[in-house]
Design a protein around this ligand. Structure first.
Ligand code: NAX
Length: 430
């Protein structure tokens, strides 16, 4: 009965042009949809024809107003349907999302190391629609080591059994080129863990081999300038560098290493300390390497519009508690839980990828991106900066004042990245 009602409902109400004349569409829409941008609010308008081209349009101010009006009308319609048929407004909305998701081409997402702890937490977030929202279908391309593939079969079974409306397809393979074939996003999670007695230099080299191979495979098989690569496997910044240097067909700006977990950890501590909501906290930044040398920096942070240092009024807490807490949080979680912070890492990867795809609406976040020498950091390193995402591009926030104290911290974490880079020099062509 629900589907019949949905069909009836849909045939009457989806034409934004009836709501406002202020929107110019590139082509005449047969139907127009509002696409929810998950936590980020509305992201655009699509019509049938553009679905197939995978295009959205940017909204101008008039279109934004019209969209708000449209959403208000749509919500009332859901409410009146709830009253009339006794079916909840949320159910109407969800049924609607499903119909939209069924009509769109999927975004292809490769994930490596899928049988690991982060992979297991991550795949369910992607497949349930937490990454791109409930109206955007996804295809998962899963890469694992040959010996681990039987385990991945089990993961595949569970994913299919979850019957997620946005999950269109699953490819599982131990062949990197097959995994990266035509992908829009590659989330490089799989890495060699440090085993007992293994030296740090050996770990670096072992991972360098993995990421050089995967970089070459991305170069051959992915979509070139339309592929975005996010590295999680440690040492994440240097692994991003290695993958990028082995993938000349993909612009260096399309690679990134995730420092979003560190960023989220910092926000969580500030929230706990001040009682502010996350929405009240802006302009926090993680600089440098995803390691204990990173610099969690509140110099520009505003809490409810006031400088964080003033609100906190406790420099000792910032230096002696806050900064070390964020820097060493990973080890603290391992000590408490007996295993690593897999779920929060997966969550951070979802946040970081979604921001890249949908933009941050002029808000700062942190990501290790390609350095062009900003703030005196060696060109070519993947260094965590304050960034704003817009139009699927990361822009480093420029012209911030840097004190002597900050400069020292930036140099310390850069030094570690330079040592890592030199340790894997033989895997860095070009
Ligand atoms: P697990 O050891 O649970 O899983 C790693 C998986 O990767 C294993 O299933 C393994 O078979 C697979 N793998 C190894 N080499 C591979 C290859 N060449 N191709 C495909 N798959 C391969 O580790 P997990 O806890 O999931 O963590 C994964 C990586 O994330 C580690 O390097 C870890 O250090 C790193 N982390 C990064 C974080 C970040 O914020 N950037 C935070 C969490 C995490 O520590």
């Amino acid at each position: 009965m629900l589907s019949q009602l949905c069909t009836k409902f849909r045939s009457t109400s989806y034409n934004l042009a009836t709501v406002s004349k202020n929107i110019t569409m590139p082509s005449t829409p047969r139907r127009t949809f509002f696409l929810p941008g998950d936590n980020n609010g509305p992201v655009g308008l699509y019509n049938d024809r553009d679905y197939w081209k995978g295009k959205g349009f940017v909204l101008d101010e008039n279109a934004k107003k019209a969209l708000e009006e449209y959403i208000a009308i749509q919500s009332k319609t859901y409410d009146s349907l709830e009253k009339k048929y006794g079916v909840s407004a949320d159910l109407w909305r969800n049924a609607d999302y499903r119909l939209i998701a069924d009509q769109r081409p999927p975004i292809k997402v490769a994930v490596t190391g899928v049988a690991g702890a982060i992979g297991y937490a991550l795949l369910w977030r992607i497949a349930s629609g937490s990454l791109f929202g409930p109206t955007v279908p996804v295809s998962l391309h899963l890469l694992e080591l040959p010996a681990i593939l039987p385990k991945v079969k089990g993961v595949e079974m569970e994913l299919r059994d979850s019957a997620f409306p946005v999950l269109k397809d699953i490819v599982i393979t131990d062949n990197a080129e097959k995994a990266f074939e035509g992908v829009d996003y590659a989330l490089l999670v799989g890495a060699q863990p440090r085993t007992a007695g293994m030296e740090r230099a050996d770990l670096l080299l072992k991972n360098a081999e993995i990421f050089a191979t995967q970089g070459k495979a991305l170069n051959r098989a992915a979509k070139g300038k339309d592929t975005r690569v996010l590295v999680v496997g440690n040492p994440a910044n240097t692994n991003a560098l290695i993958a990028q240097r082995n993938a000349p067909n993909i612009p260096p700006e399309n690679f990134s290493a995730i420092t979003r977990l560190d960023h989220n950890r910092g926000l969580a501590q500030l929230k706990l300390k001040t009682g502010a909501t996350l929405n009240d906290i802006e302009k926090f930044v993680i600089w440098g390497n995803h390691s204990a040398t990173q610099f969690p920096d509140v110099s520009y942070t505003l809490i409810n519009g006031k400088p964080a240092r003033e609100v906190l009024n406790d420099d000792n807490w910032v230096e002696k508690t806050f900064i070390p807490c964020v820097q060493k949080r990973g080890a603290e979680v391992i000590a408490a839980r007996g295993s690593s912070s897999a779920a929060s890492a997966a969550s951070a990867l979802i946040d970081g990828t979604r921001d890249w795809h949908y933009g941050t609406q002029n808000k700062w976040t942190s990501a290790a991106v390609y350095s062009n020498g900003e703030y005196g950091i060696t060109k070519g390193l993947y260094f965590s900066y304050p960034v704003i995402y817009q139009g699927k591009k990361a822009t480093i926030v420029k012209d911030l004042q840097i004190s002597e104290y900050q400069r020292e911290k930036l140099k310390a974490t850069e030094k570690e990245l330079l040592q890592e880079r030199d340790g894997v020099a033989k895997h860095l062509p070009n």
